[in-house]
Design a protein around this ligand. Structure first.
Ligand SMILES: Cc1cc2nc3c(=O)[nH]c(=O)nc-3n(C[C@H](O)[C@H](O)[C@H](O)COP(=O)(O)O)c2cc1C
Ligand SMILES: [Fe+2]
Ligand SMILES: [Fe+2]
Length: 409
């Protein structure tokens, strides 16, 4: 896509990345991702964030359609993660007189990542930069996503550049603005980005939302994905809801199964959840990448884990998901457990201990030897119904008590 003027004098000059397989070397990108950089042009010109290193030339070509890159006066570094800072060395060579602006916490990183020490200025909360016709102000939002992260705000047009906040996976399919697409096609990838990348920093996301509340924001222009110029509150509220970790009324069943015994229970549990009128999704932990499991566990309040005992403990892919959820600090899940074993077991006991440690609400468990009996299957169905009922009840309380916090979308 060519540069797009999102407001007078404010241009998107980002790139689509459709070839990186794994974001952060870890999270699959079946639909790609964008690195959004923005050019703010007054009498002086500032570039806000950049792109991953291999896309530096493409960024320069886009800037050149608006002004010669050596005319850049400022490089604003909201965040030092290399998906946004990687083109800095190239930009420095091309625009040697551009001053780099970042938080104090970013300065040692600029030095250690790129050897950038000179022509750098630390900005503090509320500092302003007059570009002549455009005014930038700087607002640290530590830990969204790293400690040095800040948001930049253009005051005359009300454009917020919050970097990783309010962004999502999925390259821009020919449209930049959220109001120009069916957001339903993007939301899954926004939630997957949220849960995989910034979910662990949910408290910081909520603090950032509080902190930015006083700004007169008309456009939200994140550094990944769609730009919001209408219904700005929609993306902010989605992020706030995910960061509060209430979970929507629904159940994710994640199971592993070597010979199909635990899987038979999974089918029965899913049937029980559906009978209670609650949406359910069944996912095989060994076949579906954990990135997607994490997303669905974040989306829905109910989480039912099925695991055979494997070498005295949980089936490794199921255990891996629980570990990651622990690392991401997911709270408030209503949980059920089930699984097969051939002798002394151990999977459900260990999973149960972890669930208690995480403060999740364990509704019940169905363990059995070998193949499930008709009675085991009936207990599984009942477990599904019970978790679903608990999840639906929590949802009802939230939407009565929650007002704007209740789920509306
Ligand atoms: C590699 C391997 C390790 C296992 N380790 C244990 C174990 O430590 N304790 C136990 O009770 N059963 C163990 N089992 C038996 C399985 O838990 C049992 O066969 C179960 O029915 C498998 O359920 P599934 O078909 O859903 O995978 C093990 C099985 C395999 C193949
Ligand atoms: Fe980041
Ligand atoms: Fe990022």
């Amino acid at each position: 896509m060519n540069p797009i003027e999102i407001r007078p004098g404010i241009h998107w000059v980002g790139v689509n990345d459709r070839t990186t397989d794994l974001f952060e070397g870890l999270w699959p990108l079946p639909h790609g991702v964008s690195y959004n950089a923005y050019l703010v042009v007054g009498t002086k010109a500032a570039l806000i964030d950049s792109v991953k290193a291999p896309f530096g030339e493409e960024l320069l070509r886009k800037i050149a359609r608006i002004l010669p890159p050596d005319r850049l006066d400022y490089l604003v570094v909201n965040h030092m993660e290399p998906d946004h800072s990687g083109a800095l060395p190239l930009l420095r060579r091309v625009a040697p007189r551009a001053e780099v602006l970042a938080t104090k916490a970013a300065l040692p990183m600029l030095d250690r990542f790129y050897g950038i020490r000179d022509g750098v200025r630390a900005v503090a909360d509320g500092d302003k930069l007059d570009l002549g016709g455009k005014v930038l102000s700087f607002h640290p939002i530590p830990f969204v996503h790293w400690p040095e992260t800040m948001a930049t705000f253009e005051e005359s047009e009300g454009v917020l550049f919050p970097c990783d906040a309010f962004g999502g996976f999925r390259a821009l399919d020919g449209a930049l603005f959220a109001d120009a697409v069916d957001f339903a096609h993007y939301e899954d990838e926004v939630l997957r980005y949220f849960s995989n990348i910034v979910g662990m920093q949910s408290a910081a996301v909520l603090r950032a939302i509080e902190r930015l509340r006083d700004l007169r924001i008309e456009v939200v222009a994140p550094s990944h994905g769609l730009v919001w110029r209408k219904e700005v509150s929609r993306i902010v509220e989605l992020y706030a809801r995910w960061a509060r970790m209430e979970g929507d009324p629904g159940v994710t069943i994640v199971y592993g199964s070597m010979y199909g015994e635990t899987l038979r229970l999974a089918e029965a549990v899913a049937h029980g959840v559906r009978e209670a009128g609650v949406p359910v999704r069944v996912l095989d932990a060994a076949r579906v990448h954990v990135s997607f499991l994490l997303r669905d566990a974040w989306r829905w309040r109910g989480l039912i884990l099925g695991s055979p005992t494997y070498d005295t403990g949980p089936f490794p892919p199921v255990e891996h998901l629980v570990r990651l959820l622990e690392r991401k600090r997911l709270k408030n899940r209503v949980v059920g457990l089930f699984g097969s074993q051939a002798w002394a077991g151990g999977a459900l006991r260990k999973l149960g201990e972890k669930v208690a440690e995480l403060g999740w609400d364990l509704v019940g468990e169905v363990g059995f030897l070998g193949a499930p009996t008709a009675e085991d299957l009936a207990r599984g169905r009942e477990l599904g119904r019970e978790v679903a009922a608990r999840v639906a009840a929590a949802g009802a309380t939230q939407s009565v008590a929650g007002g704007p916090q209740g789920r509306k979308t």
